[in-house]
Design a protein. Structure first.
Length: 363
């Protein structure tokens, strides 16, 4: 479900904090944009009657007040609008109205009977089409939330025998981390490693993070538990009717996706190591080549210089010029010493960090 705000930038800004907290996309649209069935749309009250015929059977509409007195807008509730948003409503008041609309949407789905297969197809499609791991996991949690009726969901990887959260919906990651740190023991990890399936934790077994209990499901690949999917209802009790089969299939899809991401990352690391090794070999060959090409004429120049000194009848007159020649040769020698440092990986890394390749040498 997407939140559509029609033609009201100020209201759009008030909706954004709620949408971020609850994991819903919110967009600002022109009042002439058609409805998308299944969305929650915030419409100006004076356009509701005109656009009423466009509202799909699964859509919900909230009306926001412009200049009309609220009492004049009450009859619109009988025409299909779910609630009214006063013109002076604060960000918190808007959030409360949206919470109510979300609960109504959930009750409608329960009454009509949501299609679990459609939710799983949505999860699978997101995993295939998206190139962003964070976005894919978030969209997957959103699909699970719509069907399962849970208000908070998060995915963790198992690192050193404990949960490490990587994606969440309805609860900040930092809050999850702090709550798990306060939980000294995580016995469900051992249960999962021994082959257990879905685990229901009561408030007594896992406080303070899940005061009304939660469901935890293992994320497995080839009998190895790689992570955990956790769902709960925050301060509300868990839903009475939960489909273990649906949650198990969802956790399987997420497991396959995470394993695929891991394999892709390892493949990239291997290719990167090969690329770096080839780069290192190139730099070593470059240093060898420069060393050979310069050292040979350098040695010849030194020999000729010494011979010239011995043969000069008046060495004092040529001393200054000879000294300049020697200084130049010393600089070439120093240059070669610096070039030879390219053999050192530490030196090459330093060069990359600094962003400069300075091989000059002062005598």
């Amino acid at each position: 479900m997407r939140i559509n705000v029609y033609g009201n930038p100020e209201l759009f800004e008030n909706v954004k904090p709620w949408s971020r907290k609850n994991g819903f996309e919110v967009v600002l649209l022109e009042s002439s944009t058609p409805f998308r069935d299944g969305d929650l749309s915030l419409l100006p009250s004076d356009l509701f009657m005109e656009m009423r015929q466009q509202i799909g059977p699964r859509s919900l509409v909230l009306l926001y007040q412009r200049e009309e007195p609220l009492r004049e807008l009450l009859p619109l509730l009988r025409e299909g609008a779910l609630d009214l948003i006063p013109a002076d409503a604060s960000c918190g008041e808007v959030g409360t109205i949206l919470d109510h609309a979300l609960e109504v949407s959930r009750l409608i789905r329960e009454k009509e009977g949501a299609d679990p297969l459609a939710s799983l197809q949505e999860v699978a499609a997101e995993m295939v089409d998206s190139y962003s791991v964070d976005q894919t996991l978030l969209k997957s949690l959103q699909a699970l939330k719509r069907f399962g009726g849970f208000s908070r969901l998060y995915i963790s990887l198992i690192r050193e025998g404990v949960e490490s959260p990587v994606a969440s919906l309805g609860i900040p990651l930092q809050e999850i981390r702090e709550g798990l740190e306060k939980t000294k023991d995580q016995p469900w990890i051992r249960d999962f490693q021994e082959g257990s399936g879905i685990v229901r934790l009561t408030a007594r077994t896992h406080t303070p993070l899940h005061r009304k209990g939660c469901f935890k499901l293992p994320l497995r690949f080839k009998e190895k538990t790689i992570g955990v999917l956790t769902v709960d209802n925050g301060v509300k009790p868990l839903p009475r009717r939960v489909s273990p089969g649906f949650l198990s299939l969802a956790s399987l899809l997420i497991s396959l996706y995470l394993e695929n991401v891991r394999n892709s990352l390892e493949s990239w690391k291997a290719k990167e190591q090969i690329r770096r090794r080839e780069q290192d070999l190139f730099m070593e060959r470059l240093a060898d080549s420069l060393n050979h090409e310069i050292n040979n004429p350098l040695a010849i120049a030194y020999l000729n210089l010494e011979s010239l000194r011995d043969k000069m009848e008046e060495p004092r007159r040529a001393a200054k010029n000879l000294n300049n020649i020697q200084v130049s040769l010393e600089r070439i020698k120093g240059l070669m010493e610096n070039l030879n440092k390219l053999r050192s990986e530490k030196f090459r890394r330093r060069m990359v960090q600094v962003g400069e390749f300075d091989f000059s040498y002062e005598v």
